[in-house]
Design a binder for this molecule. Structure first.
Ligand SMILES: Nc1ncnc2c1ncn2[C@@H]1O[C@H](COP(=O)(O)OP(=O)(O)OP(=O)(O)O)[C@@H](O)[C@H]1O
Length: 315
């Protein structure tokens, strides 16, 4: 993802204070046309406030937001018509059906998409006649996305789109979100789930205490901040050394080898080389071997000291 694509959102030194709390601290970001852009951060990092400022729902204390090349404050209504929003706590008419809820939003817009086509795109056809209140959390969330999409927004904001959903519903929601750029919609999502970002995001802004620590693709962030790939050779109980054959392969391929507890650890700059060495050591077949690749969790530990709960969310 490079900046030769047009910029649909630009913030400059965006700041929001609530009394003595600085919720958003001089945030300067760009979102490019056709990407899935994620704001990732622990609870209270300022994600929701940042997107609400970008959507024109809150007045910044300082700084500017430019949407589609237009200053947000000067052309608020015109610009708002080109965005869709699915907030974190999403409510709608509980007693209306899925189709009625989506059609209602379509009626409010001058050039909506076809309601049934949007329902089909989100695999909601079979649920179209069901009351919203009877749906599971995952289908309610998906109805929310359909309601935002039917207005044919150029940018869709999804605030914590899979919070509270079970793994199957999360996966299904991701698969639908993943298809949106191909349908012409740029996606901005906020999340505190690492796996969501790894699955979906073209680029990620890491937000900590209101400010942006880093912006890049997931592989870019991992390469820059997460440290090296390692191949770990577990020494059998009672054994103090690996076999000479195994040790010589590891020594000749790794840039460094060190001993850690009951394991021998080879450090690599190059993922491909680590992978090949891992395979070669496995072929020798005498020891249990692990290939350990750093991920977003390591990035966050490095940049923010944040840790991850067992469910994969930042704490
Ligand atoms: N209306 C408000 N009045 C006062 N403080 C607020 C208000 N909204 C947010 N804050 C504070 O601003 C900070 C950022 O909150 P925000 O909700 O934007 O973070 P977040 O990253 O979206 O968190 P979460 O994932 O929990 O929604 C927090 O310290 C929060 O308590």
């Amino acid at each position: 993802m490079t900046s030769d694509r047009s910029t649909v959102i630009q913030t400059r030194d965006l700041r929001k204070e609530y009394g003595s709390t600085v919720a958003v601290d001089d945030v300067s970001l760009e979102v490019y046309d056709g990407e899935i852009f994620a704001l990732l951060g622990p609870n209270g990092a300022g994600k929701t406030t940042a997107v609400e400022l970008i959507q024109g729902l809150r007045e910044p204390t300082a700084g500017t937001v430019t949407l589609f090349g237009t200053d947000l404050q000067e052309h608020l209504l015109e610009v708002k018509d080109r965005i869709g929003v699915v907030p974190q706590s999403f409510h709608t008419f509980e007693r209306l059906t899925v189709r009625e809820n989506v059609a209602l939003i379509a009626d409010l817009h001058s050039n909506p998409l076809d309601t049934d086509e949007v329902l089909a795109e989100l695999d909601l056809d079979d649920w179209a006649g069901e009351r919203f209140s009877s749906l599971s959390g995952g289908y309610q969330r998906r109805t929310g996305i359909a309601m935002a999409l039917v207005s044919d927004p150029e940018v869709l904001f999804l605030d914590e789109p899979t919070a509270g959903l079970d793994p199957a519903a999360r996966r299904a929601t991701w698969e639908h979100i993943e298809r949106l750029p191909a349908l012409g919609t740029t996606v901005v999502l906020t999340t505190h789930y690492m796996d969501e970002v790894e699955y979906l995001a073209d680029r990620v802004a890491l937000l900590v205490d209101g400010h942006v620590e880093a912006v890049d693709s997931v592989p870019g962030l991992v390469e820059e901040y997460a440290g090296e790939v390692t191949v770990v050779v577990h020494l059998p109980d009672g054994s103090d050394e690996a076999t000479p054959e195994l040790e010589s392969v590891l020594e000749s391929e790794a840039k460094a080898v060190y001993r850690r507890d009951t394991a021998l650890v080879g450090v690599f700059d190059d993922r491909q080389r680590a992978q090949e060495t891992y395979s070669a050591l496995q072929d020798i077949g005498t020891h249990s071997i692990d290939l350990v690749s750093p991920g977003m969790e390591d990035v966050f530990l490095e940049l923010a000291g944040a840790s991850m709960a067992p469910g994969g969310e930042l704490q």
